[in-house]
Ligand binder design. Sequence first.
Ligand code: URP
Ligand code: ZN
Ligand code: ZN
Ligand code: ZN
Length: 483
Amino acid sequence: MSKVIKNGTVVTADLTYKADVKIDGGKIVEIGPDLTGDEVLDATGCYVMPGGIDPHTHLEMPFMGTYSADDFESGTRAALAGGTTMVIDFALPSPGQGLLDALKMWDNKSTRAHCDYSFHMAVTWWDKQVFDEMPKVIERGITTFKHFMAYKGALMVNDDELYASFSRLAELGGIAMVHAENGDVVAELSAKLLAAGNTGPEAHAYSRPTQVEGEATNRAIMIADMAGVPLYVVHTSCEESHEAIRRAKMQGKRVWGEPLIQHLTLDESEYFNTDWDHAARRVMSPPFRNKQHQDSLWAGLQSGSLSVVATDHCAFTTDQKRTGVGDFTKIPNGTGGLEDRLPMLWTHGVNTGRLTPNEFVAVTSTNIAKILNCYPRKGAVLVGADADLVVWDPEATKTITADSQQSAIDYNVFEGQQVKGLPRYTLTRGRVAFADGKINPEPGHGQFVAREPKGSVNQALSTWKELTAPRPVERSGIPATGV
Ligand code: URP
Ligand code: ZN
Ligand code: ZN
Ligand code: ZN
């Protein structure tokens, strides 16, 4: 049964044009005028864009003594309702656990996904077993490895471990990722704040100032440069971190930055709300920042110094957040956003003139597909690509509320926000999973997307590093040793 999306305007990362899009067998088979098919989806007044790719989610993740509340079933349902057709989740070995063992757990978690997905691997400890298992993880199609420079005593790895892991990834053609916050300093500041009676959620923000993120980002960039590996900095939230990335890019280093929709649109005043629940629900790392930092992130997206908008979707219920009453360091870190990323970015980005529709597609889909080496199967409207598409109605409006969301939690950090620009249809490999405000679920439809290592950026960087590697100077006359 073929489908045809008719009367729409195709918007990709670099082109805007009127065309129909025909789909068969889960793939785009034809793009052009006056196409026919067994089923017609009307896109009058709409843009036909590559479905969103969210490269940063934590579904059913064991963290801070609990599990994040959205699993692959509810999480990918939320994704599709918001126009996102692929998520990349982090397989997270507990310290001491093998990478392949953790991968089995994530394989089991993801069986009920509604849309396609891939994984990143986290490096939460370091020894020969991790070193030996890294190529096997890459053989499975997982080429991106995240390192936590924060969460001391839990997931954090030190500089020697970062260097060892980054060097191994350089050799294997993988990409290093970092959560860049100085975990030692955060631990010291947290203890000091608690001792001084600062126990509320606002102290979470005080304990993680922008300097700790800027310092760690600079450090990760330098270590990646010495190891010769491309670096992807997750949840870039502030000017200090953005400045480090921007400077590195200007120096020719291979670095990407990923702001979150939360950091772009919500600010630190949320933590000063006198309702404890309101503030704690917004506790995440890095915390929300002030307007100047938000302006820096928007400018980064406009100029290309920042590449991707993600969510870091890691949702905890109010009850889970309340574990931290009396001690902010025990509030599970994380917020939701999967369903809201595209509508919020369109509303605050495209509708304000900060982003063009093409730039919107680039930062929500195409750029990350290229970075992760799954373009043009994903992130494209091209013949032969997977029919992961969103038919986007720029005139449709709604108010975001927890009551109407797909996520399993009891609140939404964007509660009450008016958005203009919503999916009319979301298609996952040709299947209409969301239509006119209603989800059409099929748990298990989602498939794992394996990715190849040694992408073009890896190849270019290795060539450059090889060319500029230290070499002994050839000398004709070597003086006698004076013995
Ligand atoms: O607070 C956050 N970001 N929670 C999820 C885990 C992480 O650090 O990405
Ligand atoms: Zn993180
Ligand atoms: Zn995260
Ligand atoms: Zn299916």
